[in-house]
Design a protein around this ligand. Sequence first.
Ligand SMILES: *Cc1c(COP(=O)(O)O)cnc(C)c1O
Length: 349
Amino acid sequence: MKTTNFNLENLVRANVAKLKPYSSARDEYVSDGSKMIFLDANENPYENGVNRYPDPQQRNLKSVLAAQKKVAEHQILLGNGSDEVLDLIFRAFCEPGQDTIITLPPTYGMYKVLAAINNVNEREVLLTPDFEPDVVSVLDAVDENTKLIFLCSPNNPTGNIFSEEKISTILQNFDGIVVVDEAYIDFADTPSWISQLKMYPNLIVTQTLSKAYGMAGVRMGLCFASVEIIGVLNKIKPPYNVNELTQQRALTRVKDTAIVAKEVATILEERKKLAEALETVSFVKKLYKTDANFLLVKVDDANKRYQELLEHGIVIRNRTTQPLCENTLRFTVGTTAENEALIKVLQTI
Ligand SMILES: *Cc1c(COP(=O)(O)O)cnc(C)c1O
């Protein structure tokens, strides 16, 4: 095992390193629960549940998450969806017009979009035909300006979790930061890379409440890394990036582990039934292995089948334009009734 020459100070953008963060009213005086009169933030004093600014450090939520994920609270950053978290990572480490990131298509489209927004070069190293990272080519694509490598595992849209050995080889041989996007980890039976944060100072793990937790509407992204990396991201996050309503709803939901686990178990059962039904559909050519709440399927003619499903009131994702994904469709697993309706339509068209 090669240990990298990882040095966080060399990776942080110079302007971020020397920046003094905005200090909000709620940062300067942290309530210890005693009854105080708050005249510090120019708020309207009349109570309506949201008249006060939210906790900029989301302490209640982080304390529950820290216990559940077995990390320190200072190893957590929360954002307005993982999309905000990913954007903060770009802005902390990538010098516009100079630095480079590596993505492994076919994968989540936001990495490329965020690179373009931040004027950061994106190098694409295709997955192998079995949708695993091509480790040698990924490491070959690294140069002195490469700051970030994005690994989405389980990967969207392919659905598979990447081999542990391949991810650890990349972590061990890259001096920049490896972001493992685990948006779908709750559907996989493999442990999260969060448990490896102690081993790898160059690892950032992102998760979200948008998928398994059923909270896409509240926008809550989770980021786990070393205390040092989280410290850098904290400096540049907007002070009140997670609103009060989101904090409240997310807290209730993450405490409700039994309900989330039950819904995930049901979705996995439904996924199995849907996969079995898809196997029998005449125009389905191949079903890919999935560790997520969706199925990638190769069909005879993706554009045609996509249109037919739309005409029957069913919206899926056509992935045919993605590399290695010619004539593929992505089906999210729905409720039992929704999946039955889908299967019925698939068998008639
Ligand atoms: C859905 C998804 C996300 C979630 O983004 P949010 O902004 O948290 O809703 C992140 N990464 C991947 C790969 C996804 O598919």
